[in-house]
Design a protein around this ligand. Sequence first.
Ligand code: FE2
Length: 361
Amino acid sequence: MENPLKLKRVHHVEFLVGNAKQAAFYYRNGFGFSQVAYKGLETGVRNQTSYALTQNKTNFVLTSPLQPNDFAAEHLKKHGDGIRDIALEVADADFAFTEAVRRGAKPCVEPHDMTDEHGTVRHAAIHTYGDTIHSLISYKDYKGPFLPGFVAQDVKGKDTGILRVDHMVGNVELGKMNHWADFYSSVFGFHRYITFDDKDISTEYSALMSIVMSDDSYSVKFPINEPAPARRKSQIDEYLEAYGGPGVQHVALQVKDVLYTVDRLQQNGVEFLRVPDSYYDLLTDRIGELEEPMEEIRRLGILVDKDQEGYLLQIFSKPVQDRPTVFFEIIQRKGSRGFGKGNFKALFEALELEQARRGNL
Ligand code: FE2
């Protein structure tokens, strides 16, 4: 197995947001994360506040700038709320950084110790598309609540069954998809797992192309999208305009029971895209019998797709900030390692309705 950076897992996803305190409330009460650690003024940090939230193997960090000249303030001004860092745990951050740069990655932060009374981790970072980075983190002897500099907090959320990050999708400019797919193959040793072209996923307007890059174990997957020429503005163009350039489009969260999770999230007020009811009239013919009751799938608006290996159940949230940028996918896999190609048409038509309402189609 090729794993040149000795990548272990997605360690956390860091969002830069306008009001981290309120965002933390949203992820606790909407998605059921627990708030486990904090840094900010009370811990001696003057320029930023960060909250660490966790649910099973999913870790989010929500960060806001406290000063207008802080880097995060510039990021916010340009992008609005969005994802800055897809942080990766590696066996050895020094080795991973040197190897990544040797393989063509642009360096962002040189390897250094992060230390507090709970111990030390090594940290470095490289750039990826747009202003997005990959932190590279390796553990020395750290035993604290999250990462050095954070103090423990214990604000429990009610677990909704979210397990781990399944995949994270990047939107890049027209003509740049292959460049970034090559980046993940040359730097990380990922392989091209699936390719979708505009014939698979164009509706009348909202065409896109996509390459799914995966590690050999299929535990870390980074699909890359670019807009495809269409009659009107592609959903990817809408994102690129709203975000002010390339960035993370969605985070897919793997769950153990999609019916339970989506029911909880909807009751908590998380908003989802809904496909027309006619989708469900055709579903049994397309997919066959499922273990899950069809009435529940229809009531919750869950989408189903099937391939030779099995099936998957998925649903997409509306954007989680005012700009039409980052959204979430909730996914349960029952054998399928796909991405829901059979749902693209229905989904993109639902998405185009939203886009038209925003005056962006
Ligand atoms: Fe996805």
